[in-house]
Design a protein around this ligand. Structure first.
Ligand code: G3H
Length: 490
């Protein structure tokens, strides 16, 4: 049964769409021949709907005097609580769509849903705390001040396909609760799973607070940016899209950016590392959701003294992983949702082989359409594309090193700076390294793979990896500004 969705949310109204639609396919095949499965269709919107949404969001913000930014904190929280309660009733359908639309395994799809619900509840609690603190007056040098956090205005929100619910909401929820208004366009893959929530958004929030559009970014997001009326660009995805949108804004220097972008997180394996633990963590770090995570380990540096042993055991483990459809019990590898991805991954493998690397695992690179087996490549050198690019998929470059300065130099030269995983036992050797690494990235994971959670910890990056910080606590700050009223003691 397909979902042919013909509704969108603008100015508090669920409007009927009668224009063109775009078909949504899953790369998961329902038959033996690996043909994509038609899941449904969504409206293919353009500039008129984009302008309606922008006008509605602008009106609801009302130069900061609209209903939403001036609403009492308790009432804003009430709207959010009502929304999350309704959302909880949609778990089954959203989990099913996560599996079909983006190929995420059943346990990971359930986790994405539950983590999002928890994120909303935690945001509400943190917001209450923020408001309690704001109620306290300060006094310094005879000046009293009532310091608060105020909203920024209209937010354009765009999320990624790999966490179409969780990461989108990690932007949208703090943005709204802080009193901003928003226009949100779901990602290309993972779009249908937003549709069961439109009614909840419509019934729980005042009109214009959240407006949801469907269509291509070029057709919908670009015209919105060109008006210069967006105050915040909130995007998790790639820097190419973020830069293009930012540049559309006629006063882009005034735009607040809340961006989560690419990363090339390395694992550094020292000679004394516990190999059982290191291999477990590197399997999870490189291949959870087939490596389609910005936090995935995307390059593995292994000390040359242990490279042979590590490579042999690691590649054997990769070949032992279970491939299957998302609902198959124990399936760790699943089809990739982007139809063009296997050709890209194959291109990286071919380039590396041509420049002298080998595929270490027997099944490496085998594929039938979007069912692609991970390839472990060794030795990878700087001239290879797989070393330079964020592969965001199942290919694992391994780089041998002799001196720890080699990976440190590479990280310093890299365009990215999100996280690193460091594996070793000798605390005296680890301590100075940790000091160096925290100044190259934002999170150093000791004897464990890189990850975003728990969501209370700051999630950010240096250089091209991020702008602003996202965590339950930090996101409320990223979507607001400190304001205060001051008076003198006279
Ligand atoms: O794509 C990047 C995500 O933020 C990764 O999150 O570490 O929880 O999988 P995760």
């Amino acid at each position: 049964e397909t979902i042919d969705y013909k509704t969108y949310l603008v100015d508090g109204e669920l409007k009927k769409w009668s224009g063109n639609t775009t078909q949504v396919f899953s790369t998961i095949s329902s038959t033996e021949d690996y043909k994509p499965t038609l899941l449904g269709s969504i409206p293919d919107m353009g500039e008129p709907e984009a302008m309606d949404a922008l006008n509605a969001a602008t009106k609801a913000y009302g130069r900061g005097q609209g209903v939403w930014p001036t609403m009492h904190v308790k009432d804003r929280i009430g709207c959010m609580e009502a929304f999350v309660k309704k959302m909880e009733t949609k778990r089954e359908v959203i989990v099913k769509l996560l599996m079909w639309e983006i190929g995420k395994s059943l346990p990971d799809s359930q986790k994405e849903f539950d983590r999002t619900v928890e994120y909303i509840y935690d945001t509400i609690e943190d917001y209450k705390q923020l408001d309690r603190n704001a109620a306290k007056f300060q006094k310094h040098d005879g000046v009293y001040a009532h310091v608060k956090r105020g909203p920024l205005g209209v937010v354009l929100c765009l999320g990624p396909y790999n966490y179409p619910l969780n990461e989108t909401f990690a932007l949208l929820i703090p943005a709204i609760i802080m009193g901003n208004t928003a226009i949100f366009k779901p990602a290309k893959h993972g779009v249908l799973l937003i549709t069961p929530l439109l009614e909840a958004f419509q019934s729980c929030f005042p009109k214009g607070v959240i407006n949801i559009l469907f269509g291509r970014g070029r057709a919908v997001a670009a015209p919105i940016m060109q008006t210069g009326k967006v105050d915040v660009l909130a995007l998790i995805g790639n820097s190419k899209s973020a830069n293009a949108l930012q540049n559309q804004h006629p006063k882009s220097n005034r735009l607040r950016l809340v961006l989560g972008l690419e990363a090339k997180n390395p694992a550094i394996i020292l000679p004394d590392a516990d190999l059982d633990l290191t291999i477990d963590e590197c399997i999870a770090g490189t291949l959870s959701f087939n490596g389609q995570r910005c936090t995935a380990l995307k390059v593995v540096y292994v000390h040359e003294d242990i490279a042979e042993e590590f490579n042999k055991r690691f590649s054997k483990r990769v070949d032992e992983l279970k491939f299957g459809n998302p609902w198959d019990d124990g399936a760790k590898l699943t089809p990739l949702p982007e139809p063009e991805k296997p050709a890209y991954i194959q291109g990286l493998i071919d380039d590396a082989l041509l420049k002298g690397a080998k595929i270490l695992n027997k099944k490496g690179g085998e594929h039938a359409d979007n069912y692609i087996w991970p390839a472990v490549l060794y030795p990878v050198t700087k001239d290879m594309n797989v070393y330079q690019e964020e592969q965001f998929g199942p290919v694992i470059p391994i780089v041998p090193f002799k001196d720890i300065e080699e990976p440190l130099d590479d990280m310093a030269e890299s365009n990215y700076g999100q996280q690193v995983s460091l594996f070793g036992k000798d605390v005296y050797a680890l301590a100075p390294l940790i000091d160096s690494l925290v100044n190259l990235v934002c999170r150093v994971n000791l004897n464990s793979s890189c990850q975003r959670g728990p969501d209370v910890y700051p999630f950010t990056g240096r250089k091209d990896s991020a702008q602003a910080t996202l965590s339950v606590h930090d996101a409320l700050r990223s979507f607001s500004i400190r304001t205060f009223v001051a008076f003198k003691d006279n």
